[in-house]
Structure formats: C-alpha cells, structure tokens
Write a protein that binds this ligand. Structure first.
Ligand code: SAJ
Length: 419
C-alpha cells in the first residue's frame, strides 16, 4: 500500500512520518521545494517534540520521501492550510491539492480531507474531482458504489503533543458514503490506537469546528467573568476553582485573549455558514478578541501612575512583559494575544519595554523596530528592571520567579499565576 500526503506542515508532516514509521510507503508533497529538500535529508522545518527523530528514521528506512508533485497511490490525505480572511474561508489550497491529485487517481483509491473546513467542503471537493475525472465514478454523498472513495477526517492534535495525540486520540471519520467511511477507517487503523468514530463527511466537518468553538465559548465565559470579578473585587481564579468543584461545572481559564490559528479562527467558519443563527459564537469571539484591549488599558493606567511617580525626572517607566507566545511552553507567536499586547505597548511609545520570551532568540520584526524595546534571556532581569510587570504567558519556567522579586512593583497578572 502507498499513501500520498499533501501539505507537509504541522499536521501533514507528523502524519506522513507516523504512517511511514509503520512500514507503509509514504510520499509527502509540498509546494515549497526547500521544505521537500529538507525532509529528503531527514530534517524537519517545524518545531514539535520528537518529530525530528521519527521523520529522520522514516526517511533513512526508505519509507518516507518528499516531492513537489503528487504520484499515484492507494490513498491521498490532504492536510493543507485553510486560512480565514475578511469573513471568508479561503479554500484555494484545498482546490489546488484536489486538482494536483486528479490526474493520478485510479479505481479503488481513497481521498481524505483533513484540513479544517466549512460544512460542505468535502462534497464540493468530490464534485471538483468528478468534473476533472469524468472517466471515474467519484463518490457522491449518500450514494453507494464508486471507483474513488472520499472522506473527511479532521485532525485534533494539540501542538506540543502531536506525536502522542496523533496516535492515541479518537478520530471522527466522515465518509461521503458508509463504504467510504469504512475504507478511511482502515487507513487510520494503520496508526491510530484511539477509537475511530464513523459518521458522514458533513457531520465530521462540523464536529471539528464545534470542538474548537466549544472551547472558545467556554474561554469567553471565563474572560467575561474575569472582567466582572475585577469590578466586584473578587479573585476570578479562586472563583473558577471553587465553581469547578461542582460535579457538572468545568470553566476554562481566563487570560489575555485567545490565540493560535485554530480556536481563534474556527468559530468564524460556523458564523460564515450560518450568520443569523450564531449570536453566541460570534459574541464569544468578540469577547475574547476584546481581552487584549482590556489588558492594554490596565497597562496604560499603571504606566500613567508610574509616570507621576517618576515626574521628578528619573526617566520613563519600564514595563516588563513576560511571554509572547500564544500559549504556555511553545515558541509559536502566530495570532498571539501576548504579542498583540506587546506591539501596542511599544507603539504607545511612552515607556521602555523589557520583554522576556524564553523560547525565542530574537524579537519578531513587528517589535524589533520599535523604540525603547529589548528582549532579555533572563526573566529575573526583566522583572528586576520593570516598574510594571505584566504576566502574559504562564510558561512553566516562570514558576521560578519568586514573590519577593515583585515587591514594590505594579503587577498585572493576566494568567493568575501569582493570584
Ligand atoms: N486558552 C485560555 N484559557 C484556557 C485554555 C486556553 O485562554 O483555559 C487560550 C490559550 O492561551 C491559547 C488559546 O486559548 O491562546 C488556544 O490554546 P489551546 O491550548 O486551547 O488550543 P490550540 O489552539 O493549541 O489547539 C486546539 C485544540 N482544540 C481543542 O482542545 C478543542 C486541539 O485539540 C486542536 O487540534 C487544535 O486546536 C486545532 O488544530 O484545531
């Protein structure tokens, strides 16, 4: 058996490597020649624990190979980006991937879409394949009997735990027909030890969006509570902890906002699909997107306060920002509320800024060009130099910052680690 994986990013590369590690012949396809060259040398281009060893081994054993063009295989897995711009899902990468495999397709093949997609995308992809290959009977929703099977099976792995979750998580396998789901189940059984749950493609598409929207709505609830609690002089972290002792309550943690390219994006796919019916999902997005501004207002008030302290001519207040990543213990700054806050503080220009982010070696361009900002590798120094300390990301490393280091400083703790 041979598998062709399209898109060698955060999902495609680990998936291709894990399938190849089971002794299956895998060809990974990416449009970027430099990515292909790197993987063929047994190296990886993304940060993910243990992936380097699994990929290197699969390449050395001759089970994994990368290429810029697809080739005939038994199964095709599409794991390309589906970005969201200006209120619309951009599915061009999916259509391009489908076009690129169309000439290779043969009777008996399976095509699985894994990319996060609006409900109905798999149907449209199958229709596109049918248009490009009129000589083959491509699966149609609910109609059994076809040459090429089509399914949707969303990835659900957590960055930082991809290799474990790829194998152990349960998976929703949505077929265009029951036969398609059964064939897709056989493919995932090669490397998944978790449960494989069969459904139709449309439900599987919605399931992925629902999981991330559920988390977003729950975090929005926590973020709204944090603002209410501040007004009412209640410690929100103590409150959430106490409420969560109830056997049927499980509130997530408030923070400076929601980042990453999944939870902050996927709910919009649902809003786009049903704009009139999604008041709660849309409002939750707005609550979470509003949280960085709330934190910025607190920083501005603290800086103004320190300014009056420093009016005697002792210089500008110093703001120490702890963390830039979108969540703890990762180096990923994309769509990060902490980075958004840092950019606005630096752009404000009325204070000096010391940034700590233990997972990066230099400031991103959006900060590096600002005046009065620098990165320090020493988080204790960032705290020591700051008049206002802002905890933005609860990296494990920050647990070594002692309470006495904060004495005499204004502390804005968006993650509740010192509360
Ligand atoms: N966050 C909070 N409070 C919390 C939990 C998270 O403010 O209690 C924030 C984080 O700081 C971060 C954002 O939410 O900014 C998202 O982080 P996350 O760890 O919740 O999720 P992601 O984006 O890394 O991964 C999610 C996962 N989805 C779910 O848990 C339902 C993952 O399983 C998915 O595979 C991934 O999205 C994806 O690719 O869709």
């Amino acid at each position: 058996k041979k598998v062709c994986v399209l898109g060698l990013g955060y999902i495609g590369l680990p998936t291709a490597s894990v399938i190849a590690s089971r002794g299956v012949q895998v060809v990974g396809v990416d449009v970027k020649p430099e990515v292909v060259a790197r993987i063929n040398k047994g190296e990886i281009h993304i940060v993910e624990p243990d992936l380097d060893a699994v990929t290197a081994h699969a390449v050395q054993q001759g089970h994994l190979r990368a290429s810029t063009t697809p080739e005939p295989a038994d199964a095709y897995m599409i794991a390309v980006p589906t970005p969201f711009h200006d209120g619309k899902a951009d599915l061009d990468y999916v259509w391009n991937a489908a076009r690129s495999i169309a000439p290779c397709l043969a009777a008996g093949n399976l095509v699985v879409l894994e990319s996060t997609s609006p409900p109905g995308t798999t149907d449209k992809m199958a229709a596109l394949l049918a248009e490009l290959r009129p000589d083959l009977k491509i699966a149609q929703p609910g109609i059994e009997g076809c040459d090429v099977h089509v399914a949707y099976c969303p990835e659900r792995v957590l960055p930082g735990r991809v290799l474990t979750e790829l194998v152990e998580n349960s998976r929703v396998v949505g077929g265009m027909t029951d036969g398609c789901a059964a064939l897709a189940e056989d493919l995932y059984r090669i490397f998944c030890s978790g449960e494989l749950l069969r459904t139709n493609a449309r439900t599987a598409e919605m399931c992925k969006l629902t999981e991330n929207a559920f988390r977003d709505v729950n975090i929005a609830f926590a973020n709204e509570l944090s603002i209410v609690c501040e007004k009412l002089d209640i410690n929100v972290w103590e409150l959430v902890k106490l409420a969560n002792h109830h056997p049927r309550v499980n509130i997530l943690q408030p923070g400076p906002g929601v980042g990453g390219h999944c939870i902050a994006v996927d709910p919009w796919f649902i809003v786009e699909a049903a704009p009139e019916e999604t008041r709660l999902i849309r409002t939750s997005r707005e609550v979470n997107d509003g949280k960085p501004k709330y934190v910025l207002d607190k920083i501005a008030a603290a800086v103004a306060d320190k300014f009056s302290d420093k009016a005697a001519g002792n210089g500008r207040p110093v703001v120490g920002l702890l963390g830039l990543a979108f969540k703890p213990d990762v180096d990923d700054l994309r769509e990060s509320p902490a980075l958004q806050i840092a950019e606005a503080v630096v752009a404000g220009g009325n204070c000096d800024v010391v940034v700590s982010e233990p997972h990066i070696e230099q400031l991103p361009a959006s900060l590096a060009n600002g005046a009065g900002v620098r990165l320090t590798a020493d988080m204790h120094e960032a705290v020591r130099q700051a008049d206002v300390v802002v905890m933005l990301v609860n990296h494990r490393l920050y647990q070594t910052i002692a309470r006495d280091e904060l004495a005499g400083k204004t502390v804005i703790d968006t993650r509740g680690i010192w509360s």
